[in-house]
Design a binder for this molecule. Structure first.
Ligand SMILES: O=C(O)C1=C[C@@H](OP(=O)(O)O)[C@@H](O)[C@H](O)C1
Ligand SMILES: C=C(OP(=O)(O)O)C(=O)O
Length: 409
């Protein structure tokens, strides 16, 4: 196991960071390009491991019959739907953790559309045997309460289905902004996509005049770590180029959620300036059902500032790279932080004290990046720091740019 000792002698974070492209946008455009517009050039693509995995899957599926999506949730889900529409037979597996992340709602939906998919080990989980063929499409009912990725995967294959797709869900959908992001990526390519209440309608449409070029926006989930740094720093002045003023990435809401910690952002030129500002009143509750990937940024930062806040809407965290609610509670406890957790919430109850602690990361990139900000208060150690590669390989290099000292041992 490698470890990183992380400290920040000055407490002043100042600099310009070129963030990786959005992992979510990248993985959508990679699938859409492969399905409909092979000539379309993609710029600003994410250099994340998850996007690399998807690129490898797309490059190897015509010849290779046994494929592996590793730890990449979007790659696993999007590629399952992709293969279901291609003629042939494949086995699609994932990492050990991926074999614990449910995929049944997607498999059921694809089967309802006429695909032939079999579970090779545990029912409802990868590995899958997928017999692909041209699917008819039509009306579909789906459970949207576990992951939005199933819906995004189906939306992207929808224009290739003979009858298009009309998809309805009941109950509480999770991570909705990712559905809107999928719709937006598709619309930018010229597709007609209608999202109305609890229903998505996408007609069959393949013969479009697709754009020659598409630019991926930088990653807002990655940007969130720099807002947390600004919150915990003595002084902060960070510039993140390349963002759109009105982003379709749900995690762009992070500035509003960080404002109570005295951080603000200004849109300048084509980028974001992050700086200190007067702190807004602390809310008693913050609901992250729309933006689960911000949990590991916000919860350690609010804890370190000594605020007692209840974070709700966290139900999807239990089936991500690790059980993120359990991991957050356990690692924060090392600092004396008291908290109460349930199926879908984590309630911070005070007690946080800075000290030199070794943070376990549970194979989860966001554990490493979310806790890194605490080094602005006191040196800390991060275990298995290489996990950041899943979404943000240059993260530690960027920490150096902003004045952190790093020692690997
Ligand atoms: O569609 C996407 O790009 C994603 C959707 C979210 O997953 P869930 O819908 O499973 O919450 C998010 O957590 C993940 O990092 C990326
Ligand atoms: C949950 C995540 O990714 P995925 O579900 O695509 O593995 C993430 O990046 O935080």
């Amino acid at each position: 196991m490698t470890k990183l000792r992380l400290s920040h002698p000055s407490g002043i974070v100042r600099g310009r960071i070129q963030l990786p492209g959005s992992k979510s946008e990248s993985n959508r455009f990679l699938i859409l390009k492969a399905l409909y517009a092979p000539e379309m050039q993609l710029s600003g693509l994410s250099d994340s491991k998850d996007s690399e995995i998807l690129q490898q899957l797309l490059a190897s599926y015509p010849n290779q019959k046994e494929l592996n999506a590793g730890d990449a949730g979007t790659a696993m889900r999007f590629f399952t739907a992709f293969l279901a529409t291609q003629k042939g037979e494949w086995i699609l597996d994932g990492s050990e953790r991926m074999r614990e992340r449910p995929i049944a709602p997607l498999v059921k939906a694809l089967s309802d559309l006429g695909a032939e998919i079999e579970y090779l080990e545990k029912q409802g989980f990868p590995p899958l045997k997928i017999k692909g063929r041209k699917l008819k499409g039509g009306l579909l009912h789906i459970d949207a309460s576990l992951s939005s990725q199933y819906l995004s995967a189906l939306m992207m294959i929808a224009p290739s289905l003979e009858q298009g797709l009309e998809m309805r869900w009941a109950g509480q959908p999770v991570s909705m902004p990712y559905i809107y992001l999928t719709a937006n990526c598709m619309r930018r390519m010229g597709f007609k996509v209608f999202v109305l209440g609890n229903e998505v309608r996408i007609p069959a449409q393949t013969e479009l005049d697709f754009p020659k070029q598409m630019t991926v926006e930088p990653d807002w989930s990655a940007a969130s770590y720099w807002l947390a740094m600004a919150a915990l720093a003595q002084e902060a002045e960070i510039y993140l180029p390349g963002f759109r003023q009105f982003s379709m990435q749900g995690d762009s809401i992070v500035a509003q959620l960080m404002a109570p910690l005295g951080v603000d952002q200004t849109f300048i030129g084509s980028g974001i300036r992050i700086h200190k500002a007067e702190a807004l009143p602390i809310p008693t509750q913050i609901n992250l059902l729309d933006t689960p990937d911000l949990s590991q940024t916000l919860i350690p930062a609010y804890a370190a500032k000594g605020h007692s806040v209840q974070f709700t809407g966290l139900q999807t965290l239990r089936i991500k790279e690790t059980d993120r609610i359990a991991a957050l509670q356990k690692e924060l406890q090392k600092f004396g932080q008291q908290s109460e957790v349930g199926k879908d919430f984590l309630h911070l109850k005070g007690g946080f004290q800075t000290s030199l602690q070794s943070i376990a990361t549970y194979g989860d990139h966001r554990m490493a990046m979310g806790f890194a900000a605490l080094a602005l208060l006191h040196p800390i150690e991060i275990e298995n720091p290489e996990v950041v590669g899943k979404s943000y390989p240059a993260f530690w290099e960027h920490c150096k740019v902003l004045g952190f000292e790093l020692e690997e041992f």
